[in-house]
Write a protein of this length. Structure first.
Length: 219
């Protein structure tokens, strides 16, 4: 902003548009502002942008789940920020100038250790139901008091190939001790591959376990 001192007949100083007014002992001058040359991003900056873009694309789609699974872990920060930070550091595999997601290390929930020790997945084609059954570590269940935590089964279509329902969760929720959980997969025109995760959430409160990647299912 340019400033006129002592009225319209006074001196002018400051910036106005693409010029700057300079006051010296010999008078008042107008100079063009120097052009700022934009530097091309460095290879490291481009890699960082790629990392953020990849993780952000998945976290954004998973955000309804992230808000539950990272709520306690990230407090007082946003769950979204906690999930971004964790997965940027832990869940990417670099391949030359690109990155891929390691779905086994990718987390949609952080909390106490997930107590599942073994599991099976079976898909009933006729009823479009995926059933997950599991065994759990009794010591971890007692230590973290997760006996009556609700199971949260999540199916995520990471490929983003136009599937109508890229994110699915179970409507009815069984407890950890029930040892099983079903989820209905609506029929759609395209074949889709879902990454399958499970974690357990306290019925009344904000605590939860880590998520566990169970593998992928093609339907």
């Amino acid at each position: 902003m340019a400033i006129i001192k002592n009225g319209v007949n006074g001196t002018v100083s400051g910036k106005a548009g693409s010029v700057v007014f300079v006051l010296t002992k010999t008078g008042n001058y107008v100079r063009a502002l120097p052009r700022v040359k934009k530097r091309d991003p460095s290879p490291e900056q481009l890699l960082n942008r790629t990392r953020f873009k990849i993780v952000r694309s998945h976290i954004s789609l998973l955000n309804p789940i992230i808000k539950i699974g990272f709520k306690a872990y990230s407090y007082p920060k946003r769950a979204y920020d906690g999930a971004m930070s964790y997965n940027l550091n832990e869940a990417l595999i670099q391949k030359e100038d690109d990155f891929t997601v390691d779905w086994q290390k990718f987390m949609i929930a952080k909390g106490s250790p997930n107590p599942i020790t073994s599991y099976t997945m079976d898909f009933d084609q006729e009823n479009r139901a995926l059933r997950v059954t599991w065994e759990y570590d009794a010591y971890l269940e007692k230590k973290f008091d997760t006996r009556f935590y609700d199971s949260f089964l999540v199916l995520y279509n990471a490929a983003g190939n136009g599937v109508e329902y890229p994110l699915l969760t179970n409507d009815s929720k069984n407890s950890l001790t029930a040892g099983k959980q079903d989820i209905i997969i609506s029929k759609h025109g395209k074949e889709a591959t879902y990454e399958v995760y499970i974690f357990f959430v306290e019925s009344y409160g904000g605590r939860n376990t880590d998520s566990l990647h169970l593998g992928s299912v093609k339907v």
